[in-house]
Design a protein around this ligand. Structure first.
Ligand code: ADP
Ligand code: MG
Length: 493
């Protein structure tokens, strides 16, 4: 059976002459509006190159898009509750902690600050729920009797730390609007949903800053040694200082935080003599970002402080793959959300998620995946892309880990097979015109939630991003060079 396909927004293929012409313009537009990244191969801080982007917006069914947007506040609240349920986190992570040092280090910091007494009860969640349409349906007709090339969407994961593309998401809509206009298709731009992710995310930081309520305090961005995705990060910074000239934003690595900050007797995190109001992590989600004990000490110091953290360490733990899998166990959602309609709506977005613990369910999952590896993705407790295993590698890894405790650090997930879309991917340094290729998309919906264990101050959906990759690629990280920036073109089907 051939894979289902969604119709493109304009008739394809485009004529070569048209393509060459529009790509040249679009690349310049990209460079001049921050559709860019730093070059990994020939790194030079003074140079930004275009980020890979899909020339025309990719089709996405309007009803499914709206469903995702409307569900986001429900997911925000779920994550908030999970992050504040000490017992659930402990139970869920206990097996993984024995074999996964990174998660264990995070967990130990959390236990330590809890035992000392939480200094700052307010957390800032800037989440991104990543989803894909599922093309394999048990039924081929939807409720109105229409034939659709997709079933509904399923959640890939929810990110609770360094959820990027608040700038690159919206600007992808802008560049593709420019391209459509310059090709004479300005009238269809109305089908590209507005995207205010950048201002929405920054409003979260600003609101947290005001809740902190200390004049002349700082916003601290925790960044990598080298930020390849610099446009995305800097535009957040530019937006905050433009919206609120009284707020000073400072970027520091974990190592610099170790060297340059201290806690005063009120547990304020002091940097350059000023208290830090909000700490926004764009780093700190993978082991390589903690090369020595200094980075871990810095993380502990921040966690102990009165600064409002995005995320607090328990929020980061709530964003682990293991938690996602545990929430899919029958009865788990009801515990957080009651037995009403909301639990059902969230359950519907889960694809098969299985633990690989040493128990009956774990054994069953293991055997199932060894027998039919192509159906699954094997995921460790990691973020940032490039860590998952697919296809034959799943079988090999499971055979190797079958009798080892190591397997408890992984979860098994059913592979989602999205419908194909046709498109042109423009990449830095690649020949022009690019070939017309089969692509698949992953939509990310942003949410902001601010609150304490008992009180939620704000909870909203704030925008989206779309990443698109070659249909036969396993992963689609844009910064990793696999995926491309894109934005949805809503289809009424
Ligand atoms: P990470 O935290 O590294 O981003 P993800 O769970 O988001 O981990 O997986 C990385 C990428 O792998 C996703 O962006 C998606 O392209 C692909 N992927 C992950 N899970 C699935 C799945 N169940 N089905 C299909 N593709 C998946
Ligand atoms: Mg991901």
């Amino acid at each position: 059976m051939s894979q289902a396909r969604l119709a493109s927004c304009v008739p394809l293929p485009l004529e070569n002459k048209v393509l060459v012409n529009v790509i040249e313009k679009a690349k310049d537009w990209a460079l001049m509006h921050g559709v860019g990244m730093r070059d990994r191969k020939h790194f030079n801080k003074d140079v930004i190159q275009i980020a890979p982007f899909v020339l025309l917006p990719s089709p996405f069914p309007r009803t499914e898009f709206m469903k995702a947007v409307e569900l986001q506040p429900v997911l925000n609240e779920l994550m908030h509750k999970v992050a504040h349920d000490d017992q659930f986190l402990e139970q869920t992570l206990q097996n993984a902690l024995q074999v996964d040092e990174f998660t264990k280090n995070l967990y130990d910091i959390w236990v330590k600050v809890r035992n000392e007494g939480i200094t700052q009860p307010i957390s800032l969640g800037m989440l991104r729920s990543d989803i894909m349409l599922e093309s394999r349906c048990p039924h081929t007709e939807n409720k109105c009797g229409k034939h659709t090339p997709y079933c509904s969407w399923k959640q890939v994961e929810i990110n609770s730390i360094a959820s990027g593309f608040g700038h690159l998401g919206p600007v992808s809509r802008e560049i593709q609007s420019y391209i459509l206009r310059s090709m004479g298709y300005g009238d269809i731009i109305k089908n590209m949903p507005e995207n205010r992710a950048l201002s929405g995310l920054c409003a979260g930081i600003i609101e947290a800053y005001d809740l902190f309520g200390v004049p002349d305090s700082l916003v601290l961005f925790v960044v990598e040694e080298v930020s390849y995705n610099i446009c995305d990060q800097r535009f957040h910074e530019f937006h905050i200082t433009e919206a609120r000239p009284d707020i000073m934003v400072i970027r520091k690595t974990l190592c610099e935080i170790y060297e340059e900050t201290e806690l005063n007797d009120k547990k304020q995190l002091l940097l350059e003599g000023k208290p830090v109001a909000v700490v926004y992590y764009r780093s700190g989600y993978e082991p390589a970002q903690y090369p020595s004990s200094r980075e871990w000490d810095a993380r502990l110091r921040v966690e102990r402080s009165s600064a409002i953290k995005c995320p607090s360490i328990h929020y980061q733990l709530a964003g682990t793959k293991k938690v996602q899998q545990a929430l899919a166990i029958p009865g788990a959602l009801e515990k957080f959300m009651g037995a009403g309609a909301s639990s059902g709506r969230v359950r519907d977005i889960f694809t098969g998620l299985y633990s690989l613990d040493f128990d009956e369910a774990g054994e069953r999952a293991l055997e199932m995946a060894i027998a039919d590896a192509e159906r699954f993705v094997l995921k460790p407790q990691r973020e940032g892309g490039g860590n998952n295993l697919y296809g034959e590698d799943v079988r090999e890894a499971l055979l190797r880990m079958r009798h080892s405790r190591e397997r408890a650090a992984y979860i098994l997930m059913e592979r989602i097979l999205p419908p194909l879309v046709s498109g042109y991917v423009v990449r830095p340094g690649a020949p022009v015109p690019p070939p017309l290729t089969d692509l698949v998309s992953e939509l990310g919906i942003f949410g902001v939630i601010i609150g304490t264990k008992d009180k939620i101050y704000s909870n909203r959906q704030v925008g989206h991003m779309l990443r698109t990759k070659l249909a036969d690629a396993n992963e689609g990280g844009v910064a990793a060079g696999l995926g491309a920036l894109d934005s949805p073109y809503l289809l009424d089907m």
